[in-house]
Design a protein around this ligand. Sequence first.
Ligand code: HEM
Length: 189
Amino acid sequence: MPPPPLPSSRPNGRIPALSQFPAPNSAQRARGPTPNRGPPAASSSSSSGLAPPPTHSSKPAKPSRQVVLTPGHSPLDWARISGPNSDLRGVPASTPYLRVTPSMLKVQTGRKGKDAWMAINGKVYNVTPYAKFHPGGVPELMRGAGRDGTKLFGEIHPWVNYETMLAACLVGLLVDEPEGKESEMDRMD
Ligand code: HEM
């Protein structure tokens, strides 16, 4: 079977070569040369020639305050021991989640044989089991012990996913002091 006839616009059967690209009357040419191609202008080149530009990692905005954790207390170790089935609340296993009042919280300082409890966004955690795993160190963590640490926590590391990390340590919810107790306090004034 003979090949199909060639289109009449290509008499020699070849795609015509462009003498110039973009073609003189094209839209690309009308826009002018592509910017930012080719060597930088002499005025913008630094004195160090081909040296790479300085990076942002060379000077941290704030020095890290992380401590060296003792062996066996890495974030991975914590993930392992605080897994889905662990209960690190420090209360009898059958205890339901507690309604924790500020006065109950106040005594859980981590001192005098008491565990350290901390409220964050309305949830109360026993942070004692986590203390040696805290990358900021034990004393730093204990600044929030026995009180509502929401503000402090948020000022330092709002990105930390405490809810997942401390799920096994969730003791209960922070609630207001009961009415009777408040009026008793008022009477004392
Ligand atoms: C309110 C009490 C707390 C204070 C005062 C505190 C303080 C700190 C400090 C000073 C650091 C070092 C930050 C740095 O690298 O410069 C840090 C790191 C860290 N803290 Fe806390 N912390 C508190 C509570 C918590 C809690 C409850 C958790 C966990 C659930 C936690 C998890 C972490 C983590 C994961 C880091 C490493 C952050 C990172 O490298 O991005 N902290 N903390």
